[in-house]
Design a binder for this molecule. Structure first.
Ligand SMILES: Cc1cc2nc3c(=O)[nH]c(=O)nc-3n(C[C@H](O)[C@H](O)[C@H](O)COP(=O)(O)OP(=O)(O)OC[C@H]3O[C@@H](n4cnc5c(N)ncnc54)[C@H](O)[C@@H]3O)c2cc1C
Length: 330
């Protein structure tokens, strides 16, 4: 008899988990339960660049493993006809700074990684002196999530639009529940260590810009995407405000125009504020909870901070292995 699996969440973490479970475990029915779908998830607003970032104290060996698996998945996808529909492409990046930049632990995963001579940096970005350069992938979730959803449904995956107030309301209905609710795990599973990491974004029309540049000193980034250029700065930990802040926008705009003076001629497409699901470390583990006379088998996969897209496929594979274990199909 087919076993029933529920995946709560339809962001990049939930959909990647649902697809992997359906494709890797024989004889299962998989249902995605979520109260928001593309284009209205946090994942949709992200740039989608592959780079381990804002992952707090998640152990380096796990970041390396999940990042590497995801990089290879994007690499394989990029070699297919599907890549344009899935919104996956390569993108090269400079990180620039007034101070020397240490080599990253993921240097050997990406293409073309190198420390850039000061002469090359300061000719292009006179306010900076040091830099690294590398080529990685961009997976734009406004295309990638619908593509994952189509892949899921074509193989018989089911979808229910529903807010889950408590995991225990699902007892008796599913053999395993996979929790991919991102920041909302704070209330759903009472995880007080979950914190928003606020990111304010301005998307502008500037099709002449082709390189991602992250200014480490000013903490701001200019990221060319397929329909616009995303400019953002990172981390405001603990700030729940989802309204764009005009003062913050002014500061961001000034820093980004220092990187690319031509941005002064760009027109604003739209603004957005997203709350990254921050946690001291990604939570990817199983839990068996006794509810009255029954057992609720759960796999948690949430808390990816600023690296959900970077880790999604690796985390989905590990989630699938835990689901198989809980079903007794190791
Ligand atoms: C400005 C910004 C830029 C970013 N850029 C990048 C980047 O370039 N690269 C990168 O790797 N990461 C980036 N990130 C981080 C990335 O967006 C997140 O790590 C990722 O989106 C987390 O995915 P998720 O699926 O866990 O969460 P979400 O996308 O938030 O999805 C959560 C899902 O759970 C559902 N849900 C929650 N609670 C319930 C409930 N109780 N009942 C039913 N459904 C529920 C929601 O409806 C939704 O479908 C960025 C984030 C921001 C804010």
């Amino acid at each position: 008899m087919a076993r029933n699996i529920a995946v709560i969440g339809a962001g990049v973490i939930g959909l990647a988990s649902a697809v992997n479970i359906l494709e890797e475990i024989p004889n299962v029915t998989v249902t995605v339960l979520a109260d928001k779908f593309s284009p209205n998830t946090t994942s949709d607003g992200a740039a989608g660049f592959w780079e381990p970032h804002a992952a707090a104290d998640t152990p380096e060996h796990l970041q390396r493993h999940w990042g590497e698996v995801t990089f290879r998945h994007l690499e394989a996808l990029c070699r297919t006809e599907e890549s344009s529909v899935a919104g996956v492409t390569t993108l090269s990046a400079y990180h620039i700074s007034k101070e020397p930049i240490k080599d990253e632990f993921w240097a050997s995963t990406v293409y073309n990684y190198r420390q850039v001579p000061t002469e090359e940096i300061s000719r292009q970005y006179p306010h900076a002196k040091y830099g690294i350069f590398f080529t990685s992938f961009l997976a734009e979730c406004r295309m990638y999530l619908p593509w994952l959803m189509r892949r899921f449904k074509e193989q018989g995956g089911k979808v229910v639009n529903k807010h889950v107030f408590n995991l225990e309301e699902l007892v008796g209905q599913y053999d395993v529940i996979v929790n991919c609710t991102g920041l909302h795990s704070r209330s759903l599973v009472s995880d007080d260590s979950m914190q928003p990491i606020r990111g304010q974004v301005v998307r502008v029309k500037a099709p002449w810009l082709k390189h991602f540049v992250y200014d480490v000193t000013a903490d701001c980034a200019v990221i060319p995407c397929s329909n616009n250029v995303l400019i953002t700065a990172t981390a405001e930990i603990g700030n729940w405000n989802t309204e764009p802040d005009p003062e913050y926008r002014k500061k961001l705009w000034k820093s980004c125009c220092t990187i690319f003076p031509s941005l002064k001629h760009a027109t604003v497409d739209y603004e957005w504020v997203g709350l990254r699901p921050g946690r001291p470390s990604v939570r990817l583990e199983k839990e068996i909870r006794k509810v009255k006379d029954e057992y609720l088998k759960i796999v948690h996969n949430y808390g990816h901070g600023g690296a959900g897209i970077t880790f999604h496929w690796g985390c989905a594979q590990d989630t699938t292995a835990l689901v198989a274990e809980l079903l007794g199909r190791k």
